[in-house]
Write a protein that binds this ligand. Structure first.
Ligand SMILES: [Zn+2]
Length: 313
């Protein structure tokens, strides 16, 4: 029994506004789709997980809970159904690690309070916007008793693609809302580890556990929802098989992975920038259903990240 591999499925609930920021789209987010991720995509994810018996971890942006009563109810119902709520900061600032420490602390503490108010339990897990962490950030999480961080994303192609896109945006005379962190992340462990004080991508003895997002061995290809839903079927199957060969598969999804661009009213200017928004919802659902079926056929245990911590380190 204890030797069964663990799959933890988590969902970053980045509000749609984040994607307008990443791509530096002019005109901002239309008011009518502001809450589309919580109200339209989240219920689809909840159905998917219910079909497969997955208890997942939802990384929530605290401000959404304060500003969107409908979204808050959906999130609260998920917590009651046994899913974990964890922190994705209060306002999802991509430059979190460049903020002065008091502002960084405020982002953690306000989200912490908003999540505790919704589910009655304070969060014990954290994921940083844009996957960027720093020694100072990890320190703040340790001081607050967080059990894990799951931001390390040691994916080589992802890092190169992000650098390219940000360079192109810069060449066009605009500024992406995102930041590019240290390439040290590419040498970070692929398996859960305790980070070193002052050096979050190295093994050490801090009380917090780092749970890296899944990448394949050697090539370090990322195995996340966005890739699985746009990849051709043969590649999706191979990425899934590679991730399932590990003892622990930390599968990261985003709310937007189950957006239906047309039915949800996503503007064409964003659809043009995000390849996954051009894939029909039915195809994306089929890809995630297939991945979860493949996991189930290997008799894995689906555990929220907070329950995986003690079993993976
Ligand atoms: Zn995010």
């Amino acid at each position: 029994m204890p030797n069964r591999p663990i799959v933890s499925v988590s969902v970053d609930l980045d509000p749609i506004e984040c994607y307008f920021r990443i791509h530096a789209l002019p005109g901002g987010t239309p008011a009518e789709i502001r809450h589309v991720i919580l109200r339209r995509c989240l219920p689809r994810l909840a159905d998917l997980f219910a079909r497969h018996g997955v208890r997942a971890t939802f990384f929530v942006v605290g401000r959404d809970l304060e500003e969107d009563a409908d979204g808050r109810r959906i999130v609260a119902d998920l917590a009651s159904a046994g899913h974990e709520l964890a922190s994705h900061t209060h306002t999802h600032p991509y430059d979190l690690v460049r903020l002065p420490p008091p502002r960084m602390a405020e982002e953690i503490d306000r989200a912490h309070a908003a999540i505790a108010a919704v589910c009655g339990r304070p969060p014990v897990g954290f994921r940083a916007p844009g996957y960027e962490i720093s020694a100072e950030l990890i320190d703040l999480l340790c001081q607050r008793g967080y059990r894990y961080d799951s931001s390390t994303f040691p994916a080589i192609p992802y890092y190169l693609a992000k650098a390219t896109v940000m360079g192109l945006i810069r060449l066009a005379g605009r500024r992406s809302g995102s930041i590019l962190g240290s390439p040290a992340v590419l040498r970070a462990p692929r398996t859960p580890y305790r980070p070193a004080a002052g050096s979050p991508y190295r093994r050490g003895d801090l009380p917090i556990v780092e749970l890296p997002i899944a990448v394949t061995p050697w090539l370090r290809l990322h195995v996340i929802g966005t890739t699985l839903v746009i990849a051709p079927e043969w590649l999706r199957r191979r990425l899934t098989a590679a991730a399932l060969a590990a003892r622990f598969f930390n599968l990261e999804l985003h709310g937007i992975d189950l957006a239906d661009a047309e039915a949800d009213g996503i503007p064409a200017r964003l659809v043009a920038k995000q390849p996954d928004l051009r894939v029909p919802l039915a195809r994306k659902l089929a890809a995630l259903d297939a991945t979860l079926n493949e996991a189930r056929s290997q008799n894995v245990r689906f555990l929220p990240l907070q329950d995986a911590v003690s079993e993976t380190i």
